[in-house]
Design a binder for this molecule. Sequence first.
Ligand SMILES: Nc1nc2c(c(=O)[nH]1)N[C@H]1C(S)=C(S)[C@@H](COP(=O)(O)OP(=O)(O)OC[C@H]3O[C@@H](n4cnc5c(=O)[nH]c(N)nc54)[C@H](O)[C@@H]3O)O[C@H]1N2
Ligand SMILES: Nc1nc2c(c(=O)[nH]1)N[C@H]1C(S)=C(S)[C@@H](COP(=O)(O)OP(=O)(O)OC[C@H]3O[C@@H](n4cnc5c(=O)[nH]c(N)nc54)[C@H](O)[C@@H]3O)O[C@H]1N2
Ligand code: SF4
Ligand SMILES: [Mo]
Length: 700
Amino acid sequence: MADVFGACPLDCPDGCSWVVTVEDGKATRLRGNRDHPYTAGALCAKVNGYLEHVQADDRLLYPLRRVGAKGEGKFERISWDEATKTIAERLLAVRDEFGGEAIWPFQGTGSLGWVQGLEGSAGRPLWNVLGASRHEMTACSVAGRIGASYTTGTAAGMDPETFVDSKLILLWGTNPLTSGHHVFKFMREAQKRGAYVVSIDPIKTRTAERADEWLAPLPGSDAALALGLLHVVLELGAEDREYIAQNTVGFDEFKDRILQFPPARVAELTGLPEERIRAFGERLATTRPTGIRCTQGMQRHAGGGAALRMLYAIPGITGDWQYPGGGASYSTSGRFTPNLDGILRDDLLETPVRSLNMVRLADELLNQDDPPVKALVVYQANPMGSNPDQRRVREGLMREDLFTVVMEQFPTDTVDYADIVLPSTMQTEHLDVNDGYGHSYIHLNRPAVAPRGEALSTLETFRRIAKAMDLHEPALHASDEEVARTLLGDDLFEELWETGWKRYLPERFVPFTDGFPTPSGKLEFYSERAAEDGLDPIPGYTPSQATRPDDDHPLALIAPASHWFLNTIFANKPDLMAKAGGPRVTLHPSDAAARGLETGDVARVFNARGEFLADVLVADSVREGVVASTKGHWLKHVRGGANVNATTDERDSDMGGGAVYHDNRVEIERAGSVNQDDQQRDQARFAPRGRTAAVQLRAR
Ligand SMILES: Nc1nc2c(c(=O)[nH]1)N[C@H]1C(S)=C(S)[C@@H](COP(=O)(O)OP(=O)(O)OC[C@H]3O[C@@H](n4cnc5c(=O)[nH]c(N)nc54)[C@H](O)[C@@H]3O)O[C@H]1N2
Ligand SMILES: Nc1nc2c(c(=O)[nH]1)N[C@H]1C(S)=C(S)[C@@H](COP(=O)(O)OP(=O)(O)OC[C@H]3O[C@@H](n4cnc5c(=O)[nH]c(N)nc54)[C@H](O)[C@@H]3O)O[C@H]1N2
Ligand code: SF4
Ligand SMILES: [Mo]
């Protein structure tokens, strides 16, 4: 029996350190590492059952070739040699006829590993040699990252562990008890010591339930709310003048902007009562340190970049950036700086190539002709479920002249459109290096067990494709361990091999004490860089689509993280599917009454782009005019074969071409009611594949 250190690879800020117990070559137990200060012995509702997921009956175990029509999901087993030979021939033929840019390596966030996954852009050396299009990772966090960086030079803000020292905690557009719960124990401790916690979210989430106060602004109005709060701070003369004078540039210009947003105006823009804005502003003015936790959710709007830029400016006015427990926390990404250049090998690229925006998948597949996308290699992504404008994504993937390869662990909705499917290892089966974008630790994930079936790691898959292409560049053949060593250096690699994890920052780290990584070296209320990029040089408010009433589709639909899935991962795992139930929409009683909807009804949720079916829940946990659902459902496992992304839009946010998932409008009508007969029929029709088998597995 042996305990093997590893780390969770999923797109979650918590980046947990875990320990796998291996007996006779089998992983028998998985637990959160008790010695790790951030993980502290706990994983989460989703990952506790990860070993069971690795053993699931629907794991993909062999390479497959499509035999049915695209989308049908009919395949035959082939050998790895045959698969890589076919891929090599097709990709080289595409490159010869249309140029390398006709190949699109489409990588998602299924693994954030630095060796096998997104952080190290696994596969990049091969794409460089082929001159493939660059893949712009825009689905998740880009707008907020760019926005925050105009203010402070980086989006890497507070060390989240220092929330324990906060006296006022603003949970701003973030739902940590669902989307990364480990930070909450530091907040809980602060709360015990007397800190006041405010949740600012149009939805009363399970986190908002535990806050001292819940404020529900109109979606996308956060920058306006922040300006209103700062207005109160200035009215009270509570700005930290010494901090501002020594550490910031552009205060006078920013002040003029703030003065244009008195609480009365902000009440109109945000839909919040003026007294509450005023009271909240007074609390902010008088409580040091104030820590703002603001994550990716609130930037999935037309003005998402502007909002994060604004929130990172608040502690510049109150001086909170100087205290442990003060400041703002979007992520810690960018603080861990391994030798990335050494593994990306961008020096192998002969001529510059175009970039393709991943949230524009449908548009690029359907309308791009310079050159057209002729080959799509999808890995660690499930665009059929996760991308916006589902109907058009499907249309794009249906193109007969598109050669699609999908590397996967499970038969997702995207797999159904593949010409060739390649089985991939899961985290217990391969080597990787993982950090966490919500903490300050680095981990080595040692392979604990042999891969199931013929599954291969991402890098081994690319090595075999390179070999089949007869490409001899050594970087294309570096082993998983060589890549990890290049990334970390031998000393750190060997240290982590023994210890599993290491903190890479001092304890109680406070950022920006030696200045800001901006062009001026100071916090920039006024940003030349923003002006050069064609943006407002001063932080401002960009209204979202969802704040503008639209007669046909008046309800603002927000679809954030599901408690039971991670994006679309686990949405085929029977126990978690049962806990999650089918897609649901929560409506305010007044919106429900206006449509004759009641809890238990089945509703059609629709707009011009498409529709999906959902169970209705009527509750005042959403503000009027706002409807809540969640992301993640597999299309093949739900009624109507569509999830919430049938209604979301490919439109870009204000910065970096980011996604606008929460900036969406729909109408809802009754499609039926869930009486017992319906339920039984639905259960028979939509029972997840493999349910019986998985239940037996647990019973054993
Ligand atoms: N269980 C679980 N955990 C996850 C994920 C998952 O799918 N499931 N996904 C992971 C990923 S990929 C990411 S990027 C992170 C994201 O984690 P979060 O940043 O928490 O993102 P969301 O869950 O999208 O949204 C958070 C909250 O923002 C609110 N919100 C939406 N629009 C607005 C707005 O305009 N203003 C304000 N103030 N609030 C708004 C939503 O109602 C929601 O409660 O979570 C990760 N963790
Ligand atoms: N409506 C709505 N939609 C959203 C969002 C939202 O808030 N609302 N959030 C968006 C966000 S934040 C994100 S990050 C995106 C995520 O969108 P995607 O990047 O498409 O992520 P997933 O849907 O989780 O799909 C990841 C797939 O990778 C596979 N996978 C995991 N590890 C590996 C591996 O090591 N190798 C291979 N080959 N495959 C692997 C998993 O089985 C899974 O099918 O979704 C976005 N979609
Ligand atoms: S999904 Fe997040 S909370 Fe759950 S185990 Fe992974 S890193 Fe930890
Ligand atoms: Mo994400």
